[in-house]
Unconditional design. Structure first.
Length: 375
């Protein structure tokens, strides 16, 4: 099924068309039946009146009129049968190629006295009425479709605008707003589309406020941690050499790195930090990362490539991947460069079933062993 067939405008047009056709058909049938019964009734009364005149003339022995006769040619057999059995009845049938209203009654025990009335004018009136019903119904359906399409298009245009804003918000543009005209004036009647637009604008504003508050909190925490960490780092440098001092310095360095990362994240979120893109060869960059990590990692360059990237951040990402592979996986660890694709692979046990089924979960480690997660 094509995509346009499922749109609201098409569904509304089909619904309006079906309802208009059904209503036009119903009204047309009612008018047709009413007028036909009225026209046929008038012709029937006229034919029965003539039959009464013909019966009086026949009983008096007078000459019958041209439109009357006993068992005249063209008399429908079914009507003659009813007349022979003593009934007065009427029937419309064709006579000499023209529609005719027949009326018949008993003449004697074996014959029927019948008269005819030309029904052509009545038939033309009914046919003209049917054509007028068809044309007026078509015009009414067309006009209703135009008005309905205009009304539905206005609604769907507003819905599409709301959907576009929702997609922009999903993509991270929290400044996007629908700003529906009906929501600007509280005195105007608020339809369902305006209610959805107002709810979406309110949700975007709430999300934007919460995100800004979270960004400010992250920046504030990182900024407040820098001062005590600077003093702690200076104090750690004054400690006497030894294994405990190395552990303290290592933890202080990790905290400083974490703090700088938080500051960098906050600057990236607010747009104050810019990427420093430059042309880099991935093969040489991968070798530098492995040398800096101090690990026994094999580098395989299947196909080298020069890419535009932020060297410092890419080195940090690859360094984290290599460190996690050694910390949580199993040797050998291989870093492969295949064109613009860089792969870090270890030979550990792989992910557990719960992780494959539900995805990574924060602060959860396998078997409850602190710091021994899956990387």
């Amino acid at each position: 099924m094509p995509r346009w067939a499922g749109t609201l405008a098409v569904k509304a047009a089909v619904f309006i068309t079906v309802m208009c056709c059904a209503l036009a058909a119903l009204l047309g049938v009612l008018v047709h039946v009413s007028v036909t019964n009225q026209t046929a009734g008038q012709a029937r009364d006229r034919a029965l009146a003539r039959l009464t005149e013909a019966a009086e003339a026949y009983e008096a022995g007078d000459t019958l009129a041209p439109w009357a006769g006993v068992d005249p040619p063209g008399l429908p057999p079914a009507l003659r049968e009813r007349a022979v059995h003593g009934q007065r009845a009427t029937m419309v049938a064709r006579h000499d190629g023209r529609p005719t209203m027949w009326a018949a009654g008993p003449a004697d025990g074996r014959r029927a006295l019948a008269v005819r009335v030309d029904y052509s004018q009545n038939k033309r009136t009914i046919d003209a009425l049917d054509r007028a019903i068809v044309w007026s119904s078509a015009l009414a359906i067309g006009a209703t479709l135009l008005v309905g399409a205009f009304a539905v298009t206005r609604v769907t245009r507003r819905l599409h605008a709301t959907a576009r804003v929702a997609r922009r918000i999903s993509a991270g543009d929290l400044d996007a707003r629908v700003d529906d005209p009906r929501t600007r004036d509280p005195g105007r009647p608020q339809d369902e589309v305006a209610a959805v637009a107002a709810a979406l604008d309110s949700m975007a504003g709430s999300l934007q406020g919460k995100l800004l508050a979270e960004q400010r909190f992250t920046a504030d925490v990182a900024h407040e941690l820098r001062t005590p960490l600077t003093g702690l780092h200076a104090a750690a440098e004054l400690l006497p050499p030894g294994r405990p001092t190395e552990l303290v310095r290592d933890r202080v360095a990790a905290l400083r790195t974490l703090t700088e990362d938080l500051l960098e994240i906050s600057r990236l979120d607010t747009g104050r930090e810019r990427l420093e893109a430059d042309s880099e060869e991935l093969g040489a960059l991968a070798l530098r990362v492995v040398r800096a990590s101090g690990t026994d990692t094999r580098v395989e360059v299947v196909r080298d490539a020069r890419v535009e990237t932020d060297r410092r951040r890419l080195e940090r990402v690859l360094g984290n991947l290599v460190g996690n592979a050694h910390r949580h996986g199993r040797a050998p660890v291989v870093l492969t460069v295949d064109g613009p694709v860089v792969t870090v692979r270890d030979h550990g046990d792989g992910y557990p079933e719960y992780l494959l089924a539900h995805g990574p979960q924060r602060f959860r480690t396998e078997g409850g062993r602190r710091g021994m997660g899956w990387g």
